[in-house]
Design a protein around this ligand. Structure first.
Ligand code: ADP
Ligand code: MG
Length: 325
């Protein structure tokens, strides 16, 4: 079983940033309003994620770290309209099979907290441990027992950069959640929880003043589709595609067809070879999009990709044309 989990880890756990992603998504699925992220050595030595979410009863800790145990969907029908970030029940067992892992948690209604250690996939016993309501997961020495993978970890700065990039992506989608990050014992980033709506302040803190100043707000709905967010005016274009954020029903994804639609919309106002910057949220009926395409869930499949492409293109093209009129 350890081996099966380690093989699955090959797909889910690419590097420290993928661990941060899976653990923070679990915290959000548990309803956290604040998530603390403590890192050491770019996450390769330590990743500690603490949340104030619902927590897990002590006797369910072993279930949480066993394969395909998810509390989030009960049937294939649920998968059609999945509203949580996780649903495959493989992140925790995968991560725990390639690290020194511990999970400590307390539900609001429980008198005591409880903790469970897993060492390279070997599961220990549940022991009582004090903890405020919520959950703390610690992942130490990622890939310590898979030298071939450990060897491929990059320099501390590089791994930290990947984590920070993912956190920026999250900070844009979840302005209601407070995020605190520390690295090697020093506070490195903090986003205060605001409202549900992405504000100029958070936009500013995340993508910089330049972006915020040049950002054009869009919000358009038709045919059961809604596209909202910010696109930078063509004057603020970039040499690289580093500020292109697309979310589908709150989930950050990469999609060639939508990216193409955005690019097309800019094509007649931008110099060839320059890159637009944007933060766009596409909302649609979850049954019109399949999120279960890849274990890491970076990609989705639209039921009517052509319609969505054209909707995005027309919405943005219209907004950009107005600025030139
Ligand atoms: P998934 O997120 O796909 O359900 P995971 O392996 O990531 O699978 O997590 C397994 C289960 O453990 C979740 O379904 C959830 O019930 C529980 N769990 C994990 N992390 C947390 C957390 N931070 N707070 C509360 N419950 C959690
Ligand atoms: Mg999960």
């Amino acid at each position: 079983d350890i081996l099966i989990n380690q093989i699955a880890a090959g797909e889910v756990v690419e590097r420290p940033a993928s661990v941060v992603k899976e653990l923070v998504e679990n915290a959000l699925d548990a309803g956290a309003t604040r998530v603390d992220i403590d890192l050491e050595e770019g996450g390769s030595r330590l990743i500690r994620i603490r949340d104030d979410g619902a927590g897990i009863p002590g006797d369910e800790l072993p279930l949480a770290i066993s394969r395909h145990a998810t509390s989030k969907i009960a049937s294939l029908d649920d998968l059609e309209g999945v509203g949580t970030l996780g649903f495959r029940g493989e992140a925790l067992p995968s991560i725990a099979s390639v690290s020194r892992f511990s999970m400590t948690s307390r539900r609001g209604d429980a008198a005591h907290g409880a903790s469970l250690d897993v060492d390279g996939g070997r599961v220990g016993a549940v022991t009582p441990k004090p903890h405020p309501q919520g959950t703390t997961v610690e992942v130490r020495d990622l890939f310590f027992n898979v030298p071939a993978r450990r060897k491929f970890l990059k320099a501390e700065r590089t791994e930290l950069g990947h984590i920070e990039e993912w956190l920026r992506q999250l900070a844009l989608a979840r302005p209601d959640v407070e995020l605190r990050v520390s690295h090697n014992g020093r506070p490195s980033k903090r986003w205060k929880g605001e409202s549900d709506l992405l504000s100029d302040v958070r936009l500013n803190e995340t993508l910089g003043e330049e972006f915020a100043r040049n950002a054009l707000h869009v919000d358009h709905a038709a045919a059961g589709l809604r596209l909202h967010g910010w696109i930078a005016q063509p004057a603020y274009n970039r040499a690289s595609a580093d500020q292109q954020y697309l979310y589908v029903n709150g989930r950050a994804i990469r999609d060639r067809s939508v990216a193409h639609a955005v690019k097309q919309a800019y094509a007649d106002v931008l110099f060839h070879g320059r890159q637009p910057a944007y933060v766009l949220f596409l909302e649609l009926d979850p049954r019109r999009v399949d999120v279960n395409v890849h274990p890491a869930k970076h990609e989705v499949r639209f039921r009517d990709a052509r319609l969505i492409h054209d909707f995005v293109y027309r919405t943005l093209q219209g907004a950009l044309a107005e600025t030139r009129a």
